[in-house]
Design a protein around this ligand. Structure first.
Ligand code: FAD
Length: 447
């Protein structure tokens, strides 16, 4: 069959599915993208409500997100994001205060050593001990079953509380007591031990759907593909002749291959109608049993925020009671959008709901800055923001990798953050997975 006649269905237009579809389209295949929601982007998307556009959740990218940044750079002008060398400054009300900055001119890992040695906060002795201990820990791969809290047991508590724990919660969306040491070690290696620019903070300047998914899907359409938003796939089936039939409310359509790029909890239902595939039973069982962590994002539009300037002070570390990070964005007319992230949210704060979280975050910010009455506020709680990055779940997802490869008999590939478990559930994991799944499908179809 000519490449031009190979039709592939991509289910899900999150970051993984959008990148996968664009990769397939660039390789000459005809991609049809099915997305259940009216807007592409999945868990990193634009929300349009009450005449305003905002993101479902404030996202932070790192310089180490090399594939993600390469796609964004290719699809946009450089104004799509702000990039700044690693700088962590705590809110004034946080005690002890933390201020840490990596100089742009030192190579890795000396930029980090410099940042830690010159930071405010823990004593010099604690900082030196922490550098030596973490460097020693990173010399080997942590045991698969170890948690971050156990792994860091001999690192001074002040450095854990002020630097490493917030990093773990921010990167893995899982508390250190439950988080996988192996995955956290990989994050530290990628962010701090290769190129100094890997530790840069990259803050989107566009909404999350525009930043990558919309632009990648435009490329798909330009190359002859189709994008069907607000079109959930109800089931997939083996086609009577060859290929896979995809069922939507409009009926069944047959494709040469299917690439499933949904969040993990949506995969078991899609696979449930695929007869004669016992090799996928472990995939169904593992994904049906996954545990998740929530993230809430509280957005305020303010006439100003006393003591901060959105173009200078883009990000501040908070004390975690309840918000962990504050991001500032300049809005037209001198107004400011303040977005506060509450990661690994559970228990009473999660149960309290959006109104109570907005009020709690306002009280928290008002301890550090002069906070006028908000012009608008919104809290979005994503209950299944990411799978919990625990040692057990990490091991189970790693075990699925060999089962996810498409074969000529079963031309089904899988993408999504959960398919790249060496990294936590992040945009970079999603993008890497989309590229990898598209390549696997191309290999399989060309065999
Ligand atoms: C609030 C929040 C904050 C986060 N912060 C960060 C951060 O700071 N940095 C970072 O790197 N990562 C962050 N993440 C994680 C990151 O957003 C995810 O890892 C990434 O977006 C996952 O992308 P994906 O394409 O794998 O899956 P998804 O985004 O879940 O995309 C799957 C898509 O499939 C669609 N779909 C599902 N079922 C069907 C069906 N039957 N038919 C058709 N379509 C279907 C869904 O609607 C969705 O659009 C955050 C996540 C959240 C929720």
């Amino acid at each position: 069959m000519e490449d031009g006649h190979l039709r592939v269905a991509v289910i899900g237009a999150g970051w993984a599915g959008s990148v996968a579809a664009a990769t397939l389209a660039e390789a000459g295949l005809t991609a049809t993208v099915f997305e259940a929601a009216p807007i592409a982007g999945g868990r990193a998307r634009r929300v349009e409500k009450e005449g305003r556009a905002f993101d479902n959740g404030q996202h932070l990218l790192l310089g180490a997100y090399r594939r993600t940044l390469s796609w964004i750079d290719r699809l946009h002008s450089p104004t799509a994001y702000h990039r700044q060398p690693l700088e962590v400054v705590s809110a004034p009300a946080m005690t002890p205060a933390l201020r840490m900055r990596a100089p742009a001119r030192l190579p890795a890992p000396w930029h980090l050593a410099w940042a830690l040695l010159t930071m405010d906060g823990p004593s010099l002795g604690e900082r030196v001990t922490a550098i030596a201990r973490v460097a020693g820990l990173l010399a080997t791969v942590p045991p698969a079953e170890q948690t971050v809290a156990d792994w860091l047991a001999h690192v001074p508590m002040s450095m854990r509380r002020q630097v490493l724990d917030p990093l773990c919660i921010g990167a893995l969306n899982t508390p250190p007591e439950a988080a996988s040491a192996r995955v956290f070690a990989e994050v530290l290696r990628r962010a701090f031990f290769d190129d100094a620019r890997d530790a840069d903070f990259v803050i989107p300047a566009l909404d999350l759907s525009s930043l990558l998914p919309d632009a990648a899907l435009t490329e798909v359409v330009r190359r002859g593909g189709t994008v069907r938003l607000a079109t959930p796939v109800l089931s997939i089936h083996r086609a009577p002749e060859r290929g896979i039939a995809v069922e939507t409310r409009a009926g069944r359509e047959t494709f040469s291959a299917v690439l499933i790029a949904t969040a993990p909890q949506h995969v078991p239902r899609l696979l449930s109608t695929l007869d004669g595939e016992p090799s996928l039973d472990p995939v169904r069982d593992t994904l049906a049993g996954l545990a998740f962590e929530a993230i809430a994002t509280v957005h305020f539009d303010l006439p100003f925020i006393g003591g901060l300037h959105p173009e200078r002070d883009r990000i501040r570390l908070l004390d975690g009671q309840p918000g962990q990070w504050l991001f500032l964005h300049a809005l037209p007319g001198g107004r400011v959008r303040a977005s506060v992230v509450l990661s690994a949210l559970d228990g009473a704060p999660l149960a309290a709901g959006g109104e109570a979280l907005c009020a709690a975050v306002r009280r928290q910010l008002a301890k550090s800055w002069r906070l006028p009455e908000p012009l608008w506020q919104q809290c979005i709680i994503e209950k299944r923001a990411t799978y919990a990055c625990t040692p057990r779940q990490h091991a189970r997802l790693c075990g699925l990798s060999p089962l996810l490869r498409p074969t000529p008999y079963r031309p089904i590939a899988f993408a999504g953050d959960w398919t790249e478990p060496s990294l936590p559930a992040t945009l970079e994991a999603a993008v890497l997975s989309g590229e990898r799944a598209a390549r696997q499908l191309l290999d399989c179809l060309h065999r």
